[in-house]
Design a binder for this molecule. Structure first.
Ligand SMILES: [Zn+2]
Length: 344
């Protein structure tokens, strides 16, 4: 018993020593830690570690948090209580073409969610659909597409429902709307592939789906210019953004026009009558599970140092949610090196 107490004390001391520079980081200052830290795990990035806690939760720790958030892009026009942050910027102030570095390497990207695009960007009815909709079952994890700082994470009464906005170091912002639950706070620094919330049907939405937007200086352009939603791949490492891509009415209103999600066969019956939410979930699950893998198709993966569920999911072109379901674990369950996980 005494040995055990001693080893716990020793572990504490190690964690304490290691955690000293945390003082610089407001969110993860030692006194704010939600639970007893258990372990630290490496990630693919040397400046990013994962701290696991005794209550089965974990958080990213950025050893250079201070320098990350001190970049001009995270200080100028930093508005955390409104959707739009660049009200004084006019379209004429924006260069006609801009070369934007989306990622340094392709591992710096993760699709926001994998699924069927149910409504594309562009004119819809009398309005304009300023993002792209992807159908999903409520509770599906939603991922940060690139690293960046969370500028907005709250309920939006203009139609987005629970909304997360992340500003990226290149100045782009990504929007994730209609979530059922948020997993990040304003000012958090996040990495690509981090679960920022869970998909849902909040706000002006009919049927659970993700409404995803990409904006520069509040102006939208088609997310499919940079992301292939059918394969979950990023189209460019460096992207040339032309002023002509922008929707100039993006700035006129904060309210999201009615986002109908997929009004195709997943959400309405043959006569066009809306289905009940149970029927919609059933349809979405049916659509998501095609083709159905048999037991013989099962693929297993042995967890290595620096792995996390998002990385493993990305490696096998699946989602954290799918891996969790296959293994009966939660996305917050810590994984151990050497652990065998079913990935397909
Ligand atoms: Zn939408």
């Amino acid at each position: 018993m005494r040995m055990r107490v001693l080893s716990i004390a020793a572990l504490f001391a190690v964690v304490l020593l290691w955690a000293m520079p945390l003082d610089a980081q407001r969110k993860y200052a030692l006194e704010d830690l939600p639970e007893i830290p258990l372990d630290t795990l490496d990630t693919a990035k040397p400046n990013v570690k994962i701290i696991t806690f005794a209550n089965n939760t974990w958080k990213y720790y950025f050893s250079d948090y201070e320098s990350l958030i001190n970049q001009d892009v995270f200080r100028d026009h930093w508005v955390t209580n409104q959707v739009f942050a660049y009200k004084d910027v006019k379209i004429g102030d924006i260069p006609e073409t801009m070369e934007i570095e989306l990622v340094k390497s392709l591992s710096d990207f993760h699709p926001p969610v994998l699924g069927r695009v149910s409504s594309r960007y562009g004119p819809r009815g009398r309005g304009m659909h300023k993002g792209i909709d992807v159908g999903l079952p409520t509770g599906e994890p939603i991922y940060a597409t690139f690293e960046g700082r969370v500028r907005y994470a709250r309920y939006n009464s203009g139609g987005y429902g629970y909304l997360v906005i992340i500003r990226h170091p290149n100045g782009l912002e990504t929007y994730y709307g209609h979530l059922c639950k948020l997993n990040v706070d304003v000012d958090d620094y996040v990495v690509a592939g981090q679960v920022i919330g869970y998909g849902g049907n909040t706000g002006r939405s009919r049927g659970p789906h993700l409404h995803f937007e990409v904006r520069y200086a509040d102006l939208t352009f088609d997310p499919e210019r940079i992301i292939d939603f059918s394969t979950g791949e990023l189209k460019w490492q460096n992207f040339v953004l032309e002023r002509g891509y922008f929707n100039v009415s993006s700035k006129l209103t904060e309210a999201l026009e009615e986002d109908e999600g997929d009004m195709g066969e997943l959400f309405v019956d043959k006569e066009g009558k809306p289905l009940s939410s149970e029927e919609i979930v059933e349809n979405l699950e049916k659509a998501a599970s095609k083709p159905k893998p048999t037991v013989n198709d099962a693929v297993y993966y042995k967890v290595k140092s620096g792995d996390n569920l998002s990385k493993i999911a990305a490696k096998y072109g699946t989602t954290v949610g799918a891996i969790c379901r296959l293994n009966g674990i939660k996305s917050t369950t810590p994984i151990r090196i050497g652990q065998r996980l079913r990935v397909k």
